[in-house]
Design a protein around this ligand. Structure first.
Ligand code: FAD
Length: 431
């Protein structure tokens, strides 16, 4: 076990460390544990976090249940500038290795639909507790309220500038996360720390977020959920599509299916013509929908249009589809519908267009699309190619995936690898 007491303030430094981990989120905590397990007794290891407590974002994951990984997660699931580096990271620490890591902490997990893996107790707080208990067992220090403002390379390591004073460390792991969810501690500080050391970042965009759209119907649809096939595209064609539940919001479309599309569309200039299209009856083709509508006209001629689609869709959705097809007033009789009206309505049901009206907001995003270029790090170790002794992990780097445990998996894989590599390098070089 490492001795926390030996971290003591020297005349010059608030802490004098072997390894400092900047950021106590998923990536930083897992990096610190991997490092602590591989470091020799007496080594000095600390997690420095700007927040009053570590792991604030982790507590909010999976609606408080923490979707900690996905059985199917692999290198092909990530948007990145360096797919080979992602493959190397996964060859170092894959999903099975991650589950073994959590089992070694005492976590019992359960697999749910689509490969999503959660703690069996259903509590994100249990994941955080187990990580922090292991850090304590390893004798690592958790230093909160400590925002690192600058990393200055020295002959024998680095000096970190912080409100607690200068901190000396032989090696440093930067795991500052990204800009998503500022209300949960998302910041751009990690990019600012790495830029003076020569690192560069790609364009940063909010991802896994609701998409703001223009539609006269959203006010009356607010809160309604529907199973749809959704697509996002622009004048050049479709960018991505997915099937699942959409939720209509006040001025936005939301739900997991929209989050996934936002991930594919992130980085596409939110210009004039980005558009979400909803197929409201994905199980039927256009002809099938026309046949269904003709049959309903035959068996329900006594109804007004207001109830023509009741029983097919949520009633308010049905009325909006009729209005979108121009079939007003809804007080008209169903028997008055022409074949042309029916074909037009079927077209809207199959392809209901919602123009995207702006960029997604950081405070409703789950992850940052883009980040510090992964190509500037060695995927076998997470060590910087520009600055020996400097490592990085997690959302700060340019690798992001879809909903379902993929982003935490990236944080664990890159974090564990960075921690282990930094400790191995310490053992080899004494630095
Ligand atoms: C609401 C929500 C739900 C989510 N649910 C899931 C889910 O269920 N499954 C999934 O896979 N992903 C989920 N995600 C995404 C996932 O939480 C993140 O991708 C992941 O937490 C990133 O981990 P990280 O350690 O890189 O960054 P963070 O968890 O953001 O940790 C970074 C830490 O660094 C600290 N820090 C930053 N700068 C400094 C500095 N200069 N000095 C000191 N400390 C600093 C911050 O205070 C923070 O504690 C969700 C995200 C959100 C917002």
């Amino acid at each position: 076990m490492k001795q926390k007491e030996t971290f003591g303030t020297t005349n010059t430094y608030a802490y004098d460390l072997d390894i400092a981990v900047i950021g106590g989120g998923a990536a930083g905590l897992s990096a610190a544990i991997a490092a602590g397990r591989a470091l020799p007794d007496g080594a000095k290891l600390a997690v420095l976090d700007a927040q009053p407590r570590c792991g604030r974002k982790l507590l909010a994951t999976g609606n408080g249940r923490c979707n900690l990984t996905n059985r199917t997660a692999g290198p092909a699931d990530y948007h990145t500038d360096d797919p080979r580096a992602v493959s190397r990271v996964f060859s170092g620490v894959n999903v099975d290795d991650t589950l073994a890591f959590f089992e070694s902490l005492g976590l019992v997990w359960r697999e749910e639909e689509e490969g999503r893996i959660y703690p069996a107790c259903g509590q994100a707080s249990a994941v955080l507790d187990l990580l922090r208990l292991e850090l304590m067992r390893l004798g690592a220090a958790e230093v909160c309220g400590c925002r690192v403002e600058r990393i200055s390379p020295q002959e024998d390591g680095f000096v970190l500038r912080s409100p607690l004073g200068a901190i000396h460390t032989k090696q440093v792991i930067v795991a500052c996360g990204g800009m998503a969810a500022p209300q949960l501690g998302g910041v751009n500080w990690g990019y600012d720390l790495l830029r003076p050391l020569g690192h560069t970042a790609t364009k940063l965009c909010p991802s896994l977020s609701p998409l703001p759209v223009d539609s006269p119907h959203l006010g009356s649809l607010k809160g309604i959920r529907a199973h749809v096939k959704a697509a996002v595209g622009d004048s050049r064609g479709e960018i991505a599509s997915d099937e699942g539940e959409v939720q209509f919001g006040d001025k936005a479309l939301s739900g997991i299916v929209i989050f996934q599309l936002s991930s594919e569309a992130a980085g596409v200039t939110h210009g004039k013509d980005l558009c979400v299209t909803l197929d409201m009856l994905p199980e039927r083709n256009q002809n099938g929908i026309v046949a269904l509508l003709i049959k309903r006209r035959a068996i329900l001629p006594h109804l007004t249009l207001e109830n023509y689609l009741t029983g097919v869709f949520n009633k308010r959705v049905g009325m909006c589809l009729l209005k979108q097809a121009g079939l007003t007033p809804l007080s008209r009789s169903v028997s008055e519908l022409s074949d042309g009206d029916i074909r037009r309505l079927a077209g809207i049901i199959k392809s209901w267009r919602f123009p995207v009206s702006g960029t997604a907001a950081w405070n409703s995003a789950q992850v940052t699309s883009g980040g510090v270029r992964l190509s500037e790090f060695d995927g076998m170790t997470m060590q910087s190619r520009l600055q020996p002794g400097l490592y990085a992990a997690g959302e700060l780097l340019n690798a992001d995936g879809r909903c379902g445990g993929f982003n935490l998996q990236w944080a664990w894989s890159s974090g564990i690898l960075a921690g282990r590599s930094a400790a191995e390098s310490h053992a080899r070089s004494g630095r």
